[in-house]
Write a protein of this length. Structure first.
Length: 228
């Protein structure tokens, strides 16, 4: 029998706030193969004369690969994806440009510790070669205080986890805020994992975007007084 003394339930809402987003693009096979045909031989030339990577070791290239003609197709993909991200975020009158681009190779047994990419707005990573056991990236909760209290949960969900694992494959392009910490688990496959990373920043940041976001004619009188 219902408890007539219990108060009737009121309408309630869960209001999501301040989301952290990652954008995932899977390139079509024809474009992926064209990028492979130009970028992979370029990486081989960069590594010419270097010894094979030992187990557990990694290698990173110089950071200006976006200026090489062999990367033109991939750079175009990244620029188009970044423009779409800015449209999604309703950011107007601003464009991003690539500030750095480099290759990372992880030999079997190698991992990449948790890190972020300071002094940029967007970062991206494109996967040239992945294998089972070397086909994920971890994104970590950017709220530094969220882990102070960690009660047990009955099921991991997007609302209670402090790490999200994203599975990737050859031809996957990910874009994410540069502040978002990420890491790569140890390569448990028998082959090298090869990726190309990018940083992006607003082209006219110092000229336009660092200016105050208010106009003197729009500031209420009490706020104008407080700023004197």
């Amino acid at each position: 029998m219902p408890d007539k003394t219990a108060p009737a339930e009121e309408h309630s809402d869960v209001i999501p706030m301040f989301p952290t987003l990652v954008w995932k693009v899977q390139l079509q096979a024809e474009l992926r193969d064209a990028i492979d045909a130009s970028v992979l031989p370029y990486i081989t030339r960069l590594r010419k004369g270097s010894p094979p990577l030992a187990a557990g070791c990694g290698w990173q290239s110089v950071q200006d690969l976006h200026t090489a003609a062999e990367f033109n197709d991939l750079v175009s993909c990244v620029n188009r994806a970044a423009a779409a991200v800015l449209r999604f975020l309703r950011i107007g009158r601003a464009t991003c440009e690539i500030t750095a681009c480099w290759v990372t190779i992880l030999a079997p047994g190698a991992a990449h510790r948790m890190h972020s990419h300071p002094n940029n707005y967007l970062s991206a990573v494109y996967y040239l070669r992945t294998r089972p056991g070397a086909d994920t990236i971890n994104f970590h909760d950017p709220r530094s205080q969220a882990g102070i209290i960690r009660p047990p949960v009955t099921e991991l969900t997007g609302e209670n986890t402090d790490q999200v694992v994203v599975r990737v494959q050859d031809g996957t392009l990910l874009l994410f805020p540069s502040y978002l910490r990420h890491s790569v688990d140890s390569n448990s496959s028998g082959e090298e994992r090869i990726s190309v990373s990018f940083n992006m920043m607003f082209s006219q940041f110092t000229e336009a975007l660092t200016r105050p976001l208010w106009s003197p004619n729009e500031v209420p009188a009490q706020e104008a007084s407080a700023q004197r």
